[in-house]
Design a protein around this ligand. Sequence first.
Ligand code: PMP
Length: 435
Amino acid sequence: DSNSSKSAELYERAKAVMPGGNTRHTVFRAPFQVYADRGEGCRIIDIDGKSRIDAVGNFTSLIHGYGCEAIKVAAREQLEKGFCFGMATPGEVRLAEILAERLPSVEQVRFCNSGTEAVMNAIKVARAFTGRAKIAKCEGAYHGTYDVVETSQNATPETWGDADSPNSVPTAEGTPQGVLDDVVILPFNNVEVSERILRAKGNDLAGILVDVMPNRAGLVPASREFLEMLRRVSRELGALLIFDEVITFRLGFNGAQGRYGISPDVTALGKIIGGGMPVGAVAGTAEVMSVYDPSKGSPRVQHGGTFSANPMTMVAGIASMEALTPESFEHLDALGDRFQEKATALFDRLGIEAQITGLGSLRRVHFNRAQLSDFRSTVLAGGDGAQKVAALAKALFDEGVIIAANGLVCFSTVMTFDDIDEIVDAFERALAKLG
Ligand code: PMP
């Protein structure tokens, strides 16, 4: 990356009109932003013409990479008809049907524009349905940027408190104490402690929010016992169980809930269900989703949204989901397994203390070999690991592979075993440069 590149020049202009020249922290890179021009298959070509394998997939949303003709055709057709209307369109019905067919717990769906909005709506549903305020969430898990769920996302050992009763730690400066007080923090995968914490808050609890494989908390899958406890205890306490499947829907044809065989009351969705267009959805049983029903008087939760269920997203989402068959998931699992095997063999061969966590098409690199089970074990095992992973991601970028700065690697249906091998070869070159 030379400072005379088109990206470097463009970044100079960006700095004048955007804070730090950036409008999305997750894609920020120093010393300057590299701007994408186009995608082809599983690759992104930047505005200086350099091509890289894309193992981020717009943060897990592009499950078909850039190679799905059916999505392009559907989007082009809709583009000619009109981007959006102040009316319902047929696509929303079909996409809702597909989601209800695939997700075991889902009978009804409402669309919004992002995963953040989906989680926000799930919380509003839980509060309206139960008439209670408090939300339980797992320490370290990311659920978007709604106040309530932002808490304890990157708590540090100095702030996170006792392991038996984790503090509700603000992420954004200025978060009101009232917001923090409404959040109950659970230690992910710790059945005994979490159950005790939940029971202590029992009567005030509206919902329990969980991502069964939280990326930022280590990308370690939830144990079956942990999820079964959440299901059982939420029923006993009269709180709703909310799965954040914004990312994990890509773990299986029937989502992570299908993979585990555990049905939440409410599911938050996003990413892959829009085929690459901006999207979110809140979904659940008909009983719970009735809080939105406007046909019998004033609904208990208000929800509109200028771009909610916009037809560009709906048609792209339908095409994306239809192209995603049970066989697609076998392929995605095989890609992920091959990456894990090859990368682990590479670490062994080079004598590097590193491991890969995750499942299916989602994997994460850690520079340690500790037993990871939750956010704290991931942070504590890390040492200088987080910086090292960021340095690896940077070196990989120069070697032609894009992964997330936290070490998340994500695969798409257009990838082949050759692409995986190319990624692992780039790992070897990048690790050599890191020394
Ligand atoms: N939940 C999870 C688990 C996520 O990973 C994300 C985004 N990475 C969100 C919610 C928020 O989604 P969005 O970025 O579309 O608002």
